[in-house]
Design a protein around this ligand. Structure first.
Ligand code: FES
Ligand code: FES
Length: 176
């Protein structure tokens, strides 16, 4: 795994030591205060599954889980994540609805270029965790609302909503 060293313009005094647990692995590094979390994850941890689009909190491509909450990785600084537990798309495969979502996205052709997919999966996971298992069926309007902060320029969203609805139906029926 490659390590990138950040020395800043003024040398070591600009660096801050942090330790972040990412997908179960503790990553320790010295980073400049202004390095954002998603860049830290991609360059320092070598986990390039999280994407960077707009870099100002609009597109959702960088969405990751930090201490149980879905956050924009481009709006959080790496130093703010010191001591935190982070899960990225690479770790979602081992999470509660990760495998079911992966299968549903594949079955419903819910991705094309895949640029939005890591963030879309994060928002889908968050939605599914909030769905009551006794729910009568998928609420497509609620799904659309929940993923409205994630931009997809390829699919037209319909297939993504179908995929999430499929997993929500399984959950409602007690199958996942
Ligand atoms: S890159 Fe973070 S929201 Fe677009
Ligand atoms: S699949 Fe290309 S941006 Fe969503």
């Amino acid at each position: 795994m490659g390590r990138v060293e950040y020395w800043g313009e003024h040398g070591m005094s600009d660096l801050h030591k942090i330790s972040v647990t990412i997908n179960g692995e503790a990553i320790r590094a010295s980073v400049p205060a202004r390095l954002n979390l998603v860049d830290f994850i991609r360059t320092e941890a070598g986990l390039t599954g999280s994407h960077v689009g707009c870099e100002h909190g609009v597109c959702g491509a960088c969405t990751i889980e930090v201490d149980g909450a879905m956050v924009r990785g481009c709006l959080m600084l790496a130093v703010q994540a010191d001591g935190a537990t982070v899960t990225t798309v690479e770790g979602f495969a081992d999470s509660d609805f990760g495998p079911a979502l992966q299968e549903a996205f594949q079955n419903n052709h819910a991705l094309q270029c895949g640029y939005c997919t890591p963030g879309m999966l994060a928002s889908a996971l968050e939605y599914l965790r909030g769905v009551r298992s006794s729910a009568t069926g998928p609420d497509r309007a609620a799904i659309r609302d929940h993923i409205s902060g994630n931009y997809c320029r390829c699919t037209g969203y319909q297939s993504i909503v179908n995929a999430i609805a499929e997993v929500a139906t399984s959950k409602a029926e007690g199958k996942s």
